[in-house]
Design a protein around this ligand. Structure first.
Ligand SMILES: Nc1ncnc2c1ncn2[C@@H]1O[C@H](COP(=O)(O)OP(=O)(O)OP(=O)(O)O)[C@@H](O)[C@H]1O
Ligand SMILES: Nc1nc2c(c(=O)[nH]1)N=C(CO)CN2
Length: 141
């Protein structure tokens, strides 16, 4: 089923430039609303890195299937410098760009990925800024 709007969680533990690059590339797919940047330590405590996170509500110019969107987002992660070989202790778990699809809209209905719920505290703060309605409706929590 074709998706017209997505709520995304973006994160980088390299630098804010990577985050901005990701936002620009995603913005070229449609029109978007971006939350404030929330910076914090790695909540898994695996790395000593600081993460910069945002939520982005993206209305797509062209509707797409979820599998195709996941593929597009994976390519953008790589364009931003993500290298899966660097998500190891040797590189202190470097992730240049991580794009998570938190919720998506098909027709008038919103859907969320149960595996990503409840939202992490930083995701909730950012999602509230761009998608308060989805939290109020209980689509995401
Ligand atoms: N809702 C979703 N959001 C993002 N990726 C998803 C989603 N559902 C399935 N996937 C797939 O899951 C994989 C996530 O890979 P990735 O390397 O980003 O995982 P991770 O960084 O280890 O996990 P996470 O981002 O949850 O911390 C990708 O292949 C992507 O296509
Ligand atoms: N603060 C913060 N910590 C994390 C994050 C993240 O996005 N923000 N993502 C992780 C793996 O995806 C692991 N830890």
């Amino acid at each position: 089923m074709a998706i017209k709007t997505v709520l995304l969680g973006l994160g980088s533990n390299v630098c804010q430039d990577k985050l901005n690059q990701g936002i620009l590339l995603l913005g070229s797919l449609g029109s978007c609303v971006v939350s404030d940047v929330i910076s914090g330590q790695d909540y898994t405590a695996c790395s000593r890195r600081t993460y910069d996170n945002v939520c982005l509500l993206l209305s797509l110019t062209h509707e797409n299937e979820l599998v195709d969107l996941l593929d597009i987002f994976k390519k953008i992660e790589i364009q931003c410098g993500r290298d899966s070989r660097k998500k190891t202790a040797q590189y202190d778990y470097e992730v240049a760009m991580d794009i998570d699809v938190l919720a998506w809209q098909i027709g008038d209905d919103w859907h969320a990925d149960g595996r990503r719920l409840p939202l992490k505290p930083h995701e909730k703060i950012a999602a509230k800024q761009v998608a308060k309605q989805l939290l109020d409706w209980g689509v995401i929590y």
